[in-house]
Design a binder for this molecule. Sequence first.
Ligand SMILES: *Cc1c(COP(=O)(O)O)cnc(C)c1O
Length: 419
Amino acid sequence: MDLVFDQQHVWHPYTSTLNPLPCYPVESAQGVYLKLEDGREIIDGMSSWWSTIHGYNHPALNEAAKSQLDKMSHVMFGGITHEPAVELCRKLVDITPEPLQHVFLADSGSVAVEVSLKMALQYWHAKGERRPKFLTVKHGYHGDTFAAMSVTDPNNSMHSLYKGFLPEHIFAQSPNCGFFDEWDESDIEDFKHKLACHHQEVAAVILEPIVQGAGGMRIYHPTFLSRVRELCDEYGILLIADEIATGFGRTGKMFACEHAGINPDIMCVGKALTGGYMTLSATLTTKHVANTVCSGEAGCFMHGPTFMGNPLACAVANASLDILMQGHWLEQVKSIENQLSETLPEIAKLGGVKDVRWLGAIGVVELHEPVDMASIQKAFVDSGVWIRPFGTLVYIMPPFIIKPQELSQLTSAIKLTLE
Ligand SMILES: *Cc1c(COP(=O)(O)O)cnc(C)c1O
């Protein structure tokens, strides 16, 4: 592989052309292993950013892609429908909270978030109300497109850089009370206050249920989420749950909203939807929201990407959901959680470690100081694992199929590297 060309011409996520860090060439992948060009096989602790839940090169997912490829790879979705999309939407309606009955398929997580925000805006427009604001919490992450970025943590997404172009929304303090802590009612105060002040201009609340991902890997108390639901009901405001990272079993429940027993009005899913095979996302909503949106001036929901409902992606998503529906993920995620709860407290004792936390198949080590990316990345690869920290956070969310001894290798590598 021409790594010099890569460094000189290929832009990787959040990288500089002035000071490009070297990338590791991956040749193939199997199960939880990434095979590097030099022949080394390393354990993927990231599930390629939350997505590869069943592991790489899965026979059932491969078969679904191959057999769909022989029928049709793509067909437009305007005025045309097809079995893979209908089946997928039926499954999504079945496994998501009962009130969610209408599915909008989209291309990526960020687009699913854009779609959810547009739904909320069209909802209020149809009701004849001007509500241009969204309320969210700090440390959130909702994607890299403009509307998604506008509800993402202002510091992490450098809102100041886009001042005048990015709409300004309302940010409440992020939840402080951890998942396993005792609930502290003061945690919701700032959110409650912001809502009381601004509710007349707020179209919806958007947040990541239970786990805030890329904005800080924070795992918060379910009561925070149930309070948010109660407050949204009290003021008649829509609640958007961004389950793009947390969905499909990652937190130990099929969807993280279940930890609080709440139903959102709009839900975004993505990432693990196709088992990590290709990009696909969906935004689901209730009959009430969908019908209100469509009763407005436009008479329809104003969105329709070219590759909407791509049959190939839908077919693989169906195969991935079939695997989930067999139910093994429950024990797999539980056993990952148990193992993390035994090993992470050991790591917490190391110098430089500020906090460790875990939930389901997610383990987080927060440091006092940001890591040196180039050197820590090399150290991880040299110890046979793929872990990609950011800032002060070293975290893992391995494929659900990871074996105890492979998970030990991940946590030992973290321990060794931090030591
Ligand atoms: C990754 C992520 C997104 C954005 O998804 P992309 O597919 O990267 O556009 C949105 N919300 C959350 C919670 C995410 O983790």
